[in-house]
Design a protein around this ligand. Structure first.
Ligand code: FAD
Length: 355
């Protein structure tokens, strides 16, 4: 098997990983970043950036549709979702191209392939061209593999009717009726994009409130707006499964406090993700390292390796496994010195995705 040796290897080229890799290179470490998909991760490719582009289009559309109220007549307004997507894709391409340029400018080697930890200092990679290589990080390995989409029971993604967030930011037609399962931030922001562009929206949320964990006064504002735009919202409601109707429409079966409901729609968006630490073997390897692992959470500004090594030291790997929940406590330890033997094993977690 081919072997490559670096000072530091970063697994994952999302906002956690690419910033970290660039900074490590700037600090003088020979650095590689292993990425199986496109650099930029969820955020640039199908998360923050694409969703905000779509939100800005929906906002503009809403403004144009109501412009006559302030004396501006806009006739024949209609949305061309395909053009909207092409525009959004150009933005994404420009930004991911920017990351590639930054890698080159700072001397970070991009290794395109799927990696997993072979040990605390080696990442084994299956490259896109089918080659198997071992990449050694003599001074440290950073795991910034983010999260993976999960399905919920009864709703298998089919790319047509039952979609995850990744597909939902790329729809080339506005669904007539959209059912969003999961009334958190991502579900509501994507739901409201299509609602403003003309979809009839229904939201199904398991807990008693939309936007769980958000200040109640803020939730009320969003809820009022949703309903004003015509949405139907079910809270304390569980989506159990769906039936496909002869015309291709979907009938979602929901259990609510008031009894069973059926929601007819054309597209169902299911939002859910889980930390990818298991699939890259982080949990398994970290348990056996025996030395402190370092936590990087992106609530306090993504991967700054010189800083993260100081702020992120956590006592033992067991606690690292609960890192998402413990991030604020780890942040308090920011003045710990960088260990002389290098970074060690570092891992990054996205917000709200405790291991
Ligand atoms: C629709 C949507 C909207 C969002 N909006 C916002 C927002 O407005 N603001 C905000 O702060 N956050 C937002 N987020 C969340 C944000 O996208 C994540 O917090 C952020 O991307 C996490 O960064 P990361 O680098 O930890 O992980 P990711 O962005 O998930 O990057 C991980 C990278 O690792 C790669 N990878 C994973 N496993 C492997 C492997 N085995 N081998 C090689 N490569 C691998 C992946 O391909 C990916 O590129 C949004 C998310 C979504 C879905």
């Amino acid at each position: 098997m081919a072997k490559k040796t670096y000072d530091a290897v970063v697994l994952g080229g999302g906002p956690g990983g690419y910033v970290c890799a660039i900074r490590l290179a700037q600090l003088g470490l020979k650095t590689a970043c292993v990425e199986e998909d496109e650099v930029g991760g969820v955020c640039l490719n199908w998360g923050c950036v694409p969703s905000k582009a779509l939100i800005s289009t929906a906002h503009l559309y809403e403004k144009a549709a109501t412009a006559s109220e302030v004396g501006i007549q806009v006739d024949g307004i209609r949305i061309d979702a395909a053009v909207m997507q092409d525009w959004k894709n150009k933005i994404v391409k420009k930004l991911t191209g920017g990351v590639r340029t930054l890698f080159k400018a700072n001397g970070v080697d991009l290794i395109e392939g799927r990696g997993r930890l072979a040990s605390a200092s080696i990442i084994s990679v299956q490259t896109r061209s089918g080659e198997a290589i071992e990449v050694l990080g003599t001074k440290g390995v950073v795991v910034a593999s983010g999260s993976e989409t999960i399905e919920i029971p009864g709703f298998k993604f089919d790319g047509q009717r039952i979609l995850g967030a990744k597909e939902a930011v790329s729809l080339r037609a506005v669904p007539k009726r959209l059912c969003v399962i999961g009334g958190g931030v991502i579900g509501l922001e994507l739901g409201m994009v299509y609602q403003k562009l003309g979809s009839e929206l229904t939201v199904v949320e398991l807990t008693s409130d939309l936007l769980p964990g958000t200040d109640r006064d803020c939730v009320k504002v969003v809820e009022r707006r949703l309903k004003k735009l015509g949405a139907t919202v079910f809270t304390k409601a569980k989506a159990e499964g769906f039936d496909t109707k002869p015309d291709g429409a979907v009938a979602v079966r929901v259990t609510t406090e008031g009894g069973p409901q059926t929601i007819e729609c054309d597209v169902v968006l299911v939002v859910g993700s889980v930390n990818s630490s298991n699939s890259v073997r982080l949990t398994e390897i970290a348990r056996n390292v025996g030395t402190p692992a370092y936590l990087l959470d992106d609530a306090a500004g993504l991967a700054q390796p010189d800083d993260l090594a100081r702020r992120g030291a956590i006592e033992d790997v067991d606690r690292a496994e609960r890192a998402g929940a413990r991030a604020p406590a780890a942040g308090e330890q920011r003045h710990r010195p960088l260990p002389e033997d290098g970074l060690g094993l570092v891992f990054a977690v996205g917000p709200g995705q405790g291991v």
